[in-house]
Design a protein around this ligand. Structure first.
Ligand code: SF4
Ligand code: SF4
Length: 85
């Protein structure tokens, strides 16, 4: 399974990432960062729907998202590497 990590302090709440996610797992949370922006999170914290496509990381203007993909193309693999954007 792939994993998405947010650098929340960089987020400006533009929601571009929520628009490009093909599985629509990214949503705006109720939490504000120190800059006063509502940060994005994974819906119900459920990463199952993440395909590791890194579209979210690519479109984020503030480099607030890091996507980790399984090194092997296996759902069981725990070994993750950062997706190149
Ligand atoms: S990597 Fe792709 S599927 Fe996963 S959260 Fe980002 S846009 Fe959605
Ligand atoms: S694209 Fe980046 S700055 Fe915009 S809401 Fe998503 S994480 Fe925040």
């Amino acid at each position: 399974m792939s994993r998405v990590v947010f650098r929340e302090e960089r987020c400006k709440g533009c929601l571009l990432c929520t628009e490009v996610c093909p599985t629509e797992i990214l949503v705006q949370s109720d939490r504000f960062n120190k800059q006063g922006y509502k940060v994005v999170c994974v819906k119900n914290g459920d990463m199952e729907g993440c395909k590791g496509c890194a579209f979210c990381a690519e479109i984020c203007p503030d480099e607030a998202i890091i996507v980790y993909r399984s090194k092997k193309d296996s759902e069981e693999s725990e070994e993750l590497e950062e997706a190149h954007v």
